[in-house]
Design a protein around this ligand. Structure first.
Ligand code: 0PR
Length: 386
């Protein structure tokens, strides 16, 4: 740090120079991101709440009410009337909270001290962090022929140490929805905590279903589902950071509570102490502003782009890893290694993401910033590569 203050204009100039090195979503070149440019209205609201701190909610009663309202609305979207939970920093923190709740619950009610969690190979790496921090062993369930969690494999993986089963509604790499209904039954039968990671799919599947897409049930209408991660900062168009963790019962928050004697509330269940109220306010605003109609239109538009892109790829001789269920397309060309194809695309200025599971492939997440004209440009480049 310099000794003397620096002029604002000089600081801003320096920051702008560095900021100009960043990619801009609007140029349509970011192909592998689940985040996108937040809606301007959500950003405007976010700025108004920058100083609010939900770590001490008695001081920010209005903002706490906003968080409660957002949790309630997301819960209702997921078929739950009385939702508990929080707006957190993202899917990683939401998943960490879910697994912590499951572990503590199993410790308290079943006496399990060296627990295991069952999850598919397609689970997001945030669960590895959670397992590491919470001292749990990951038991990887196999994938079936459709690259979804194999139900028999889950059954066979259950032991008396299992503290949670995890399934995904919108996998990170392929956007697939696991057979959550079947897993829910197994979890109920064995009295095991069941967490659904819908970080990506949570803000699209309910809307797509409402407008007639034939997608499987993944939410709290399934009795075995104990918690769901759903991220406003992905398909919800809220500014980063905004993740959501929704619990079916308050007891899952209670088993995580630690005393916070000198605060305005006497216990705290979240991982983060001082935490943003702005994320809740921005999410509240955009959910009201869009309504079901707005989100249905967004989800449908992105699915239309997905179908167009998938079909065009096939016409060019590319092979899809699977038929897309949500707005992610993973593909390869039979005559070229994935890494070589990725390099060529990078040379042409595309920011591509290479998926690893179940096979290496180029993965495009068709978020709101990837417009039809960008896809056409990309398809042209994909054509010219051969
Ligand atoms: N669960 C699922 C299913 C996810 O796909 C992700 C992240 C998470 C949890 C973790 O969420 P947070 O990253 O919010 O903690 N999925 C993306 C990924 O890892 C996140 C991402 C976003 C990556 C933008 C790149 C990027 O440019 O691929």
């Amino acid at each position: 740090m310099e000794d003397k203050p620096i002029d604002k204009q000089d600081i801003l100039k320096e920051l702008e120079e560095l900021h100009s090195l960043d990619h801009d979503y609007a140029d349509g070149r970011i192909l592998g991101s689940m985040c996108t440019e937040a809606h301007p209205f959500a950003k405007e609201v976010y700025c108004k709440f920058l100083d609010t701190n939900l770590g001490d909610p008695g001081l920010f009663k209005g903002t706490k009410q906003i968080e409660n309202e957002v949790v309630k609305s997301i819960g209702e979207l997921l078929s739950l009337d009385n939702a508990y939970g929080n707006i957190v920093t993202g899917g990683t923190e939401a998943n960490l909270m879910a697994i912590r709740a499951a572990r503590n619950h199993a410790r308290k009610y079943k006496g399990i001290t060296d627990g295991e969690i069952i999850m598919p190979a397609s689970a997001h790496f945030s669960f590895k962090k959670a397992a590491d921090m919470l001292n749990l062993k990951i038991v990887e369930a196999e994938l079936d022929n459709n690259y979804k969690i194999d139900v028999e494999s889950v059954k066979n993986s259950i032991t008396d140490k299992t503290v949670a089963i995890v399934a995904i509604a919108g996998t990170t790499e392929l956007g697939l929805i696991d057979p959550i209904e079947e897993i829910s039954k197994i979890a109920l039968e064995h009295n095991i905590y069941f967490h659904v990671d819908a970080a990506f799919g949570g803000f699209s599947i309910p809307f797509l279903k409402e407008i007639g897409y034939d997608l499987p049930v993944f939410d709290f209408s399934l009795e075995g589902v104990c918690s769901i991660t759903v991220d406003p900062h992905k398909m919800g168009l809220a500014p980063i950071p905004a993740g959501g963790i929704i619990f079916r019962r308050e007891e899952y928050l209670e088993v995580m509570a630690v005393d916070s004697p000198y605060l305005t509330v006497k216990t705290q269940s979240t991982i983060v102490g001082t935490r943003l109220g702005a994320s809740s306010a921005a999410t509240y605003a955009i959910m009201k502003y869009f309504g079901k109609e707005g989100y249905s239109k967004l989800a449908n538009d992105l699915m239309e782009n997905t179908k167009f892109f998938a079909q065009s790829l096939k016409e060019l001789g590319y092979e899809l890893v699977c038929e897309p269920e949500l707005n992610i397309v993973a593909f390869n060309h039979p005559n070229m290694q994935t890494n070589e194809l990725a390099e060529k695309l990078e040379e042409l200025g595309w920011e591509v993401s290479v998926a690893k599971c179940p096979i290496p492939s180029i993965r495009v997440v068709l978020m709101n910033h990837v417009k039809r004209n960008h896809l056409e440009e990309l398809l042209n480049d994909l054509k010219d590569i051969f």
